[in-house]
Ligand binder design. Structure first.
Ligand SMILES: [Zn+2]
Ligand SMILES: [Zn+2]
Ligand SMILES: [Zn+2]
Length: 343
């Protein structure tokens, strides 16, 4: 969807934006405006520190977890590259860097979220169950994939997610797990108190298969994570043991399903925008969808990024059903070779 050439063009366009067209819109300090006007040179001012940008952000640039930086490409933020590493807060929903004129809410555990994203965030388990799960089942049926009915979804904090992920870095946004993970500490609700949140928790032991998702993420992101994790559950329901299918293939397919769900949501936002949401809200939601699609498409990791691109190419060429069947047949052949020979 976004070719490298597009990114080059965006960068070029950003560098050519004249001071009068660009800087005044961003409400820069008068001192900066004067410097810019007097020099008549194309100059960019940082949205975060309001200083003139000395070095532009070059792409591709990635966060440590392999997600591509997209605050400039999708959200048109103009930033000094140093803010990606100088502890400037980054919204865990839209991935925009905090500017001085906006409020970010501290979700605890080092996660912050902008007010726009927080207004659509999943902060109560009742927002997931049962509606969001129903919708996910409905979506899977459109793909001819039947999901088991007994999957419980839990919102969790980062600490519980790390425990479920056996303390491996980085903390995932979502994770499927089985009953052997013991009692789950789920977040039932959280409410805003000033610039932070108060979280209510509950213990759960009554589940067979569960999906954990970090609480407080925008609904669109939560839905895409749910679709991704449900695909892992689907593989397990077909008898495919975790870790036995090549990781790149399984994660790649789960990313494809998450991406398809985003595509589906995109058309839903477009068709329902006039009825239920304002124009601005619909624009914002569409940009969130663009952000997550971009992250999936351009991810730098072998499993999630390269895996997605390879599986997506196979699905485009052979169709979803054939690609999945091929994955399962190959898996079963391998599994049968491992069976002990009995005489
Ligand atoms: Zn700056
Ligand atoms: Zn945000
Ligand atoms: Zn996964």
């Amino acid at each position: 969807m976004y070719e490298d050439q597009d990114i080059d063009n965006i960068e070029l366009a950003m560098q050519l934006i004249s001071v009068s067209d660009h800087q005044y819109e961003k409400g820069q300090s008068d001192a900066n405006k004067e410097v810019a006007i007097s020099s008549r040179q194309p100059m960019l001012v940082c949205d975060v520190c309001t200083n003139t940008i000395i070095e532009s952000l070059h792409h591709p640039t990635y966060f440590p977890d392999g997600a591509p930086v997209c605050c400039d490409i999708i959200w048109k933020q103009t930033i000094c590259p140093k803010h990606l590493e100088d502890r400037t807060p980054i919204c865990c929903g839209c991935m925009r860097l905090k500017t001085s004129d906006v409020t970010y809410i501290n979700l605890g555990e080092g996660r912050e979220i902008c007010l726009d994203c927080y207004s659509t965030a999943i902060v109560d388990i009742r927002q997931c169950e049962p509606l969001m799960i129903h919708k996910c089942h409905e979506f899977f049926r459109t793909l001819n994939l039947d999901l088991p009915d007994d999957v419980r979804v839990f919102l969790v904090d980062k600490k519980e997610m790390d425990r479920l992920n056996c303390e491996q870095e980085p903390t995932p946004f979502g994770l499927p797990f089985k009953a052997d993970m013991g009692t789950i500490t789920g977040v039932t609700s959280c409410s805003r108190k000033g610039d932070s949140v108060v979280v209510e928790r509950q213990f759960h032991g009554d589940y067979r298969t569960g999906i954990a998702i970090l609480f407080g993420l925008p609904k669109i992101m939560t839905q895409a994570i749910l679709a991704h994790e449900m695909m892992h559950v689907w593989f397990r329901s077909k008898g495919i043991i975790f870790g036995e299918l090549e990781k790149k293939l399984e994660e790649g397919m789960c990313q494809v399903i998450g991406w398809k769900w985003l595509d589906w949501l995109d058309s839903e936002i477009t068709s329902s925008s006039s009825a239920t949401t304002s124009h601005e809200q619909a624009q914002f939601l569409r940009k969130l969808v663009q952000t997550y699609k971009f992250v999936v498409e351009k991810h730098d990791s072998d499993e999630y990024g390269q895996g997605f691109r390879e599986v997506q190419r196979a699905v485009a060429r052979f169709g979803l059903e054939t690609t999945i069947n091929h994955m399962i047949t190959t898996y079963k052949k391998k599994a049968s070779r491992r069976m002990p020979v009995t005489l």
